[in-house]
Design a protein. Structure first.
Length: 534
């Protein structure tokens, strides 16, 4: 047994040493020769047309060789030429390279300290791995002949989309701004709303080839430490070559890969992210996309909209109830019609049953085939409307649905009642604020249609039972997906099916936050008081 343990330890040590040598090989130390450094950079980055290498001489007698390296299109050139080079030439003229006080070891430090008033984030790097990352991220690198280190400054200045109104989560009342594809712009929009020292934003890089910047934002003292650790554990576990959108991260860190229901919430609205952080959740920003991931996510969260809290409580509650009604209409309307017309005709009033029989007299297909045909047709039209240019996309969807529906009825393929059923289903699916939940409902609708065509109401009941059990088994970063409904928590029902007045929200959700739950004072102080006319 001891021999086995010793051999295992030797193998482990050799593997660790091998990993360390591999890491050293990948991050080669910079050379003292400027010419050699430039040759290595050109060889590694290839003959890239956007790679700019500007060589020049400096000093009183032009005895110092330097090079400025940056990526064209990712930097502000006026900052490089007007500030960096001008400041550099002025500072180098002050140095007498032939004096006894001058030493090679303090030139980089001298330049760094003298540049601080003019430039931001001046850093010293000594390896090629970080140098490549800085160049390809929009920073400018200064190399000096005779020094095995480089000065790096932030000169990012690429073209980006400005802050515009959200296209996926529009509201009638509330802020109109939305996130962009630039990470720093997105974090600044969040900082504008939460001006607190408790808002912590930490960054990391994921993607071997893309080196995508990821920012994790949370409220220190409110967010659960266990959830924060779990988020970092799952992010550090990711080993992939590219991250191009937050959907990559969502799929790689979600709890259950084999469910159609989303267990991670995403939004492009800064006010929504701020509200979720204040409830103890964690936001994950991904550079290059306006959609921010929110964890942990609850089932009821996908039926809530930021606008619910900008209207009065009665209006917000009514709209939220409509969403839950639309949830069942969108999911069950076709299957209920199929079950009634196929197995349970006796449950329909005689006049209505006679009307349906008269309409379906010339239809050669059963109700299930009618519903499948119409649902697939509408899904094709919906997808075409999304992919078409924005100017004609909605027109294609509306006109296509009207023309095809009328033509199908005239041709005797479907009945008029089926057109009404599919229309109600389609309109109900547009009510949900979260697009990924709407997609999940559209998928499960076909499952209920098959169950209704096979077993009638009994099949629908079995489907609802199976769906409920599945939802109760889901978790999002350690939090029950169906809380606070299952298990029931009466103290948190103020913001589930309906929305109570804001003055009644005294504590943060217990299912998310275990500490620092107090949001405001006691009800007597928080509730608006009647004016004293005395």
């Amino acid at each position: 047994m001891r021999k086995i343990l010793k051999s295992f330890q030797k193998r482990t040590k050799s593997n660790v040493l091998k990993m360390r040598t591999d890491q050293i090989d990948k991050s080669i130390i910079l050379k003292k020769s400027l010419k050699e450094n430039i040759e290595i950079i050109k060889k590694t980055l290839g003959n890239s047309s956007d790679l700019e290498i500007k060589k020049f001489y400096a000093g009183k007698k032009k005895e110092l060789k330097l090079a400025v390296i940056f990526t064209d299109g990712l930097v502000k050139k006026e900052l490089i030429y007007d500030v960096i080079l001008n400041t550099l030439m002025i500072e180098l003229k002050k140095i007498d390279f032939n004096s006894k006080d001058f030493s090679n070891r303090n030139l980089i430090d001298t330049l760094q300290s003298s540049f601080i008033p003019s430039l931001e984030d001046m850093q010293i790097i000594k390896d090629f791995k970080n140098l490549y990352l800085k160049i390809l991220s929009g920073d400018t690198v200064l190399l000096i002949d005779g020094y095995a280190s480089a000065l790096v400054t932030d000169t990012k200045g690429w073209e980006d989309r400005g802050v515009t109104e959200s296209s996926a989560e529009s509201v009638v009342r509330g802020p109109k701004d939305s996130f962009t594809e630039t990470l720093r712009t997105n974090t600044s929009l969040l900082r504008r709303r939460i001006k607190s020292t408790d808002l912590w934003i930490e960054e990391m890089t994921i993607g071997e080839k893309t080196n995508t910047s990821i920012a994790i934002a949370y409220m220190k003292g409110i967010a659960s430490e266990n959830v924060i650790k779990e988020v970092y554990t799952r992010l550090n576990r990711i080993d992939i070559d590219a991250v191009l959108e937050s959907g990559y991260i969502e799929e790689l860190i979600q709890d259950d890969c084999f469910t159609i229901f989303p267990t991670i919430y995403h939004t492009e609205r800064p006010d929504s992210v701020a509200a979720n952080l204040l409830e103890g959740r964690i936001a994950i920003f991904v550079d290059g996309t306006p959609f921010v991931l929110i964890v942990p996510a609850l089932f009821v969260q996908f039926f809530q909209s930021p606008e619910d809290y900008y209207q009065r409580a009665d209006i917000g509650s009514l709209i939220r109830i409509l969403r839950y009604v639309a949830f069942f209409l969108s999911m069950l309307t076709p299957s209920l019609y199929i079950a009634l017309t196929t197995f349970h005709q006796q449950m329909l009033p005689p006049p209505f049953l006679i009307s349906i029989i008269a309409q379906r007299e010339a239809i050669p297909f059963p109700a299930f085939m009618e519903a499948i045909f119409m649902e697939f047709t509408f899904e094709i039209l919906r997808e075409a409307g999304v992919r078409m240019p924005r100017a004609i996309g909605p027109t294609i969807s509306i006109v296509g649905a009207l023309v095809l529906g009328e033509a199908a009825v005239d041709a005797g393929i479907v009945s008029p009642v089926m057109v009404i059923v599919v229309s109600i289903t389609a309109i109900s699916s547009f009510v949900f604020p979260a697009y990924n939940m709407a997609i999940a409902i559209r998928i499960i609708r076909f499952v209920f249609m098959i169950l209704a065509a096979t077993f009638g109401f009994f099949g629908i009941a079995l489907g609802l039972l199976a769906m409920t059990l599945h939802l109760c088994s889901l978790r999002s970063f350690g939090v029950s997906y169906m809380s606070p409904i299952m298990p029931i928590n009466f103290s948190e029902q103020k913001d589930t099916l309906v929305r109570f007045p804001l003055w009644s929200f005294l504590k943060r959700p217990q299912s998310i936050v275990k500490r620092n739950r107090i949001r405001q004072q006691s009800p007597s102080n928080a509730r608006p008081k009647k004016p004293n006319n005395k």
